[in-house]
Design a protein around this ligand. Structure first.
Ligand code: GLU
Length: 445
């Protein structure tokens, strides 16, 4: 990295001590930007990078609630409103015990560039809590969501900040959050949250969007190399919302998905996984993936297994950050994997990314490959603003077009900046330039 960027990064690290995930996300973007500064001296003059690395607003709050035993529980809530140059703050909420300020800032930072890449008018933000929804009753989840929104509502609005789901926050949680917002604000403001239920302003395809979008992006990457998903052996880590709909669309493209996982272990079936069983287990019964092997006896379950050791043509990390390290990347490349596309946010460690880029396989970073979720959130906002509801086919077509455009933008930008085939540079540069130009135009704010 050139000295100027190294110094900016050093400053970011010094003023945000201990926030290792945020440092990692910032480094990854800054590493791509040297040629942009040469071409656009105005970005240096206006200190755009320094400003982009500093969130516009960070909110941290107490979330007290009472569990089913009448015991008081205290959690910490976050919302980091990172950048609103392109539109209202937009990005999901994550409920997971590991959530802290560093995780929310890395996610919010990624979201700025991802959202810019979608071509939709949305800024970047992220939020969440260290609350663990696992094992909690519906009523406990409701009470937690109500307490969380009782503080957060004052910062939200369809023109201000529009949260959605992420890990641990799905349709059920969005329902409770929306109900509490409506009650406190006394406004039926549909566009204040996305990922809503279909009965109250939700959009068709939003549930499927991140996973479907990932498969569309993967197909585009393969297509640009004269290949396709049809007939390919695929592995998909995770078994949550992103993984499930990635599997569905990959199967529709004719790919054979042989493995998926959860934080406990991996299931494998060389003849291909049955998605109906996974959906029933995870979406309806909220059970663990090991139970799959009890229902479909052909499958093997490996407790604590490493999914990246399974030979495949295409690997889709759809679980969480830093789930795929340098050693895993080496194994994948050695086993003949030709494409990796990220459904999760920052699932590959910097060492893993280096190995993928050096190997010349097709590697689609999360901020491009998983942008279909937030892009469809923006389509949900469009429908809410016009009080309209689009059909599944129409919305899916729009999503597919958006993913094709993102792929093209990343592909062309990588080429323009002298690193053909490098989607990391393509995504970082294309996303950054769009935000940077808007910031320059708006003056020093
Ligand atoms: N949490 C998702 C993401 O990482 C979706 C955010 C949204 O729809 O606002 O992009």
């Amino acid at each position: 990295m050139i000295e100027k960027l190294e110094n900016i990064l050093l400053h970011v690290v010094q003023r945000n001590p201990g926030e290792v995930e945020f440092h990692q996300a910032a480094r990854e973007v800054l590493e791509s930007l040297a040629p942009v500064l040469t071409k656009h001296p105005e970005f240096t003059e206006h200190k755009i990078i320094e400003r982009i690395c500093e969130p516009e607003r960070q909110i941290i709050f107490r979330v007290p609630w009472e569990d089913d035993n009448g015991e008081v529980q205290i959690h910490r809530g976050f919302r980091v409103e990172f950048n609103s140059a392109l539109g209202p703050y937009k990005g999901g909420l994550r409920f997971r015990p590991s959530v802290n300020l560093s995780i929310i800032k890395f996610l919010g930072f990624e979201q700025i560039f991802k959202n810019a890449l979608t071509g939709m008018p949305i800024g970047g933000a992220k939020g969440g809590s260290d609350f663990d929804p696992k094992g909690r009753s519906h009523r406990e989840i409701m009470r937690f969501c109500q307490s969380f929104m009782t503080e957060l509502y004052r910062h939200l609005g369809e023109y201000t900040d529009v949260p959605a789901g992420d890990i641990g926050v799905g349709g059920r949680e969005i329902g409770y959050l929306f109900g509490q917002y409506k009650r406190i604000a006394n406004r039926y403001e549909s566009g204040v949250l996305t990922g809503k239920g279909l009965d109250f302003g939700g959009a068709l395809v939003r549930t499927e969007a991140t996973g479907y979008g990932l498969a569309f992006f993967t197909e585009e990457m393969l297509k640009s190399r004269g290949k396709s998903l049809a007939g390919k052996t695929c592995i998909v880590s995770g078994s949550g919302n992103v993984a499930i709909y990635a599997i569905e669309k990959v199967q529709q493209f004719g790919g054979n998905v042989v493995a998926c996982s959860d934080s406990d272990g991996v299931i494998y079936d060389e003849r291909g996984l049955e998605l109906d069983i996974i959906k029933q287990l995870k979406e309806v019964e909220r059970r663990r993936i090991k139970d799959y092997a009890e229902i479909q006896r052909r499958a093997v379950y490996r407790d604590g297994g490493n999914i990246w050791e399974i030979p495949c043509d295409v690997a889709l990390p759809c679980a969480t950050q830093n789930e795929l390290n340098g050693k895993d990347a080496e194994i994948l490349v050695k086993n003949g994997c030709i494409a990796v596309a990220e459904g999760a946010n920052m699932p590959t460690t910097p060492q893993g990314v280096r190995i993928f880029l050096d190997s010349g396989i097709a590697y689609g970073p999360g901020k491009a490959a998983n942008a279909g979720g937030v892009a469809t959130s923006a389509l949900e906002m469009q429908q809410n603003a016009s009080r309209d509801a689009w059909s599944f086919e129409f919305t899916e077509q729009k999503l597919q077009q958006i993913m094709t455009d993102i792929h093209q933008r990343c592909h062309d930008t990588a080429e323009e900046y002298g690193t053909p085939g490098n989607y990391v540079n393509g995504a970082n540069i294309a996303g950054f330039i769009k935000v940077a130009k808007a910031m320059v135009a708006m003056g020093l704010i």
